[in-house]
Design a protein around this ligand. Structure first.
Ligand code: DC
Length: 234
């Protein structure tokens, strides 16, 4: 069976990883959360106290990039993949508010993007991969057979994020969460290096009013078509 590359980009909190994981599961493809890789580098920098007042120490950054191996390992407990930093499981730690507070700054560094983009491209060499992020269809896999750009209304994304935070026991108002969703959009879209953009050949998926199952119904036919096209023109 022919395998393709599926690149999923889009705004934060619009369900990219849930959708990407479901696709990978159905197809038996590898799923890679590229945001987790940026988060792992941010964690390595925080552990070295290399970030202060919105500034990253350049020597520490060079050392971290030379010595940090980000990977993914199977978690027998959950059956899903967990992120590792030099072999250590860090899935929980990379989701902390401390990492969330600095990861946009880390992801804006060209050296970080160059290194992680190369690692992400290596993961896709055999195809059969679903990767989600912000620049997968534009910079990592510009020749991906299927590119999807996901979005949802900011208010809908804020509601979803609020629910996630409440489940984690964090108490914030909807207005605060909406402000942070809009701020993340602004940062992702306005950075100089690989800003969040819809690739010209990406399909737009606005899931404001769609369930995951409805999104799966939409994408199944498209995947079948793209896979068949690849078989005809490898
Ligand atoms: O999707 P996420 O929230 O885990 O992403 C974490 C950060 O990394 C966020 O600031 C966007 C950035 N990112 C990126 O710049 N490029 C990617 N391919 C994936 C994430």
């Amino acid at each position: 069976m022919n395998k393709i590359i599926i690149a999923i980009d889009g705004h934060s909190s619009c369900g990219k990883s849930t959708f990407a994981k479901r696709i990978a599961q159905e197809l038996g493809y590898l799923y890679v959360d590229s945001g987790a890789m940026y988060r792992a580098i941010a964690l390595a920098l925080l552990r070295r106290n290399a970030i202060s007042n919105g500034h990253i120490d350049p020597d520490a950054l060079a050392e971290v990039l030379a010595s940090s191996q980000v990977g993914f390992a199977a978690d027998p407990a959950s059956g899903s993949h967990i992120t590792t930093l030099n072999g250590e499981p860090v899935e929980h730690e990379i989701r902390s508010p401390q990492v969330a507070a600095v990861v946009s700054l880390v992801a804006a560094q060209p050296e970080v993007r160059t290194l992680l983009t190369a690692q992400q491209q290596a993961l896709g060499e055999q195809k059969g991969i679903v990767m989600d992020g912000r620049d997968i269809g534009t910079a990592v896999f510009p020749n991906a057979e299927l590119k999807i750009f996901m979005t949802a209304a900011p208010e809908v994304r804020a509601q979803r994020r609020l629910r996630e935070l409440q489940q984690k026991g964090q108490q914030l108002s909807l207005d605060e969460v909406l402000a942070s969703v809009l701020e993340r959009d602004r940062i992702d879209q306005s950075r100089t290096h690989s800003p969040l953009r819809q690739a010209p050949d990406a399909l737009l998926l606005d899931n404001s009013h769609l369930s995951v199952e409805q999104q799966m119904q939409w994408v199944r036919g498209i995947i079948a078509q793209r896979t068949a096209q690849t078989a005809a023109h490898p």
